[in-house]
Ligand binder design. Structure first.
Ligand SMILES: CC(C)(COP(=O)(O)OP(=O)(O)OC[C@H]1O[C@@H](n2cnc3c(N)ncnc32)[C@H](O)[C@@H]1OP(=O)(O)O)[C@@H](O)C(=O)NCCC(=O)NCCS
Length: 128
């Protein structure tokens, strides 16, 4: 069974391996743990059989008007089972008082976010 939690309670870096598939330099468990620890709101999906984290989403925010969703990840073996959808649904509840929520994504994923009522927009980035 997949269980969801909105904190890092009892989750260690070694439970956060295998993410960032296809990245030139995938982030390791230690780095992902730090990212989630320092985030504004998070939702984590765990497989209660393996205790492995199988998906997560995080957000950054000024706690007033703007929030940004930098990462949404589901392990390949767990994709297309509704976990991503559940993570976002729960995150949007956490962010319900924030008027402006931004996410940058590939063009192919725009229709995914549109299902949550998000609109296409334009953006600019630095990538170092
Ligand atoms: C994108 C991602 C989080 C979706 O999670 P998931 O648990 O597999 O998604 P769900 O099961 O909730 O939803 C599946 C739906 O998403 C669609 N989808 C999944 N990945 C997609 C992609 N790369 N492009 C377009 N649609 C995609 C599926 O076609 C399916 O559509 P349907 O509901 O109309 O059948 C997951 O595929 C993933 O981790 N991808 C790699 C990281 C990534 O791209 N993250 C997004 C950063 S902005």
């Amino acid at each position: 069974m997949i269980v969801y939690q909105n904190n890092l309670c009892e989750i260690s870096p070694c439970q956060l391996s295998g993410f960032c598939v296809g990245w030139k330099s995938p982030l390791d468990g230690e780095t992902l743990h730090k990212i989630l620890k320092n985030s504004y709101r998070i939702v984590v999906a765990l497989d209660d059989q393996t205790t492995q984290v199988v998906g997560f989403v995080n957000s950054l925010s000024d706690d007033v008007y703007f929030a940004f969703i930098p990462m949404l990840e589901v392990l390949p073996a767990y994709q297309n089972k509704g976990i991503g959808k559940e993570l976002l649904k729960r995150l949007f509840v956490e962010l319900s008082s924030i008027a402006n929520i931004d996410v940058l994504c590939d063009k192919e994923l725009q229709s995914y976010y549109e299902k949550f009522g998000m609109m296409k927009s334009y953006g600019m980035v630095f990538r170092k």
